[in-house]
Design a protein around this ligand. Structure first.
Ligand code: NDP
Length: 254
């Protein structure tokens, strides 16, 4: 069955909330066993309870993904718990809105380290496990800022643009190992991250509505379908792509 994930083990970073939890729900519905990762154990436990309540086989792991040693230990723990890893959704990310001239280098490092460095570390850590299984699926998360400039998010946009290029390089390097790597570019999705953005930028709510042909903000569950596609055999000849899931935002010239 093209979209069947029964027997697959999925690791979703940032799976304890927002888009990551939406993706975890979708992968679990398609049959995957799901490991979610975050820093906030209470949030992870609540997400885990929700996933299990809906019938998922799931486990939560705590790690700060900017620490490569913690990434390696977490990946080992997931593989030990479930016997391997078939799908990585490198979703964890962060932002801080400032004009470019106002960021400190510490803030730059924190944003780029989370959105790009941790993605690379997770991909590197799962690679030998996927190779050993005879293949795998890597899904990274870009953004509309992978395509467009964002005057209040220079490090965020730089990291999200780079994630697309990183994904292409991994797709090329690991194709012979039957590992496909693809990137999802979410439009504006209602999560904790964008609720903060709407507090910081007064007219953001309406500007997004005006600019989105679908006429609404997305929900975390809107992103799950693309993730199931990229996680399943349906995408076995699809690699190195970046797919907008944006209600038409990136197709619309306002
Ligand atoms: P949230 O803030 O709701 O979720 C971010 C997640 O990342 C949390 O689960 C958080 O877990 C985890 N996380 C952040 N930093 C770390 C870290 N150092 N170590 C481990 N986990 C970490 O945001 P969204 O769901 O909105 O965002 C998810 C992804 O989607 C991000 O990459 C974001 O850039 C991207 N995105 C979001 C869009 C949107 O409109 N919402 C649009 C485009 C892209 P914890 O709190 O436990 O640390």
């Amino acid at each position: 069955m093209l979209f069947d994930l029964n027997g697959r083990v999925a690791l979703v970073t940032g799976g304890n909330g927002g888009i990551g939890l939406g993706i975890a729900r979708g992968l679990a519905q398609a049959g995957a066993v799901v490991a979610i990762v975050g820093r906030d154990a209470a949030k992870s436990n609540a997400a885990l309870a929700e996933l299990r309540q809906s019938g998922a086989v799931a486990e939560a792991f705590t790690a700060d993904l900017v620490d490569q040693t913690a990434v390696v230990a977490m990946v080992r723990a997931v593989a030990e718990r479930f016997g391997g890893i078939d799908i990585l959704v490198a979703n964890a990310g962060t932002n801080m809105r400032r004009r470019p001239e106002d960021y400190t280098m510490e803030q730059w490092d924190a944003i780029v380290g989370t959105n790009l460095g941790s993605v690379f570390a997770c991909c590197q850590a799962v690679y030998p496990l996927m190779k050993q299984r005879g293949g795998g699926k890597i899904i990274t998360i870009g953004s509309m800022t992978s395509i467009f400039g964002f005057s209040l998010g220079a490090p965020y946009g730089a990291s999200k643009g780079a994630v697309v290029q990183l994904t292409k390089s991994l797709a090329c390097a690991w194709a012979a190992d039957k590992i496909q790597a693809n990137c999802i570019l979410p439009g504006f999705i209602d999560t904790a991250l964008t609720r903060q953005a709407r507090r910081d930028v007064g007219d953001l709510e309406q500007r997004v509505l005006d600019r989105t042909p679908a006429g609404r903000w997305g929900t975390p569950d809107d992103v799950a379908g693309a993730a199931v596609f990229f996680a399943s055999a349906a995408s076995d000849f699809v690699t190195g792509t970046a797919l907008p899931v944006d209600g038409g935002y990136s197709s619309f010239m306002a």
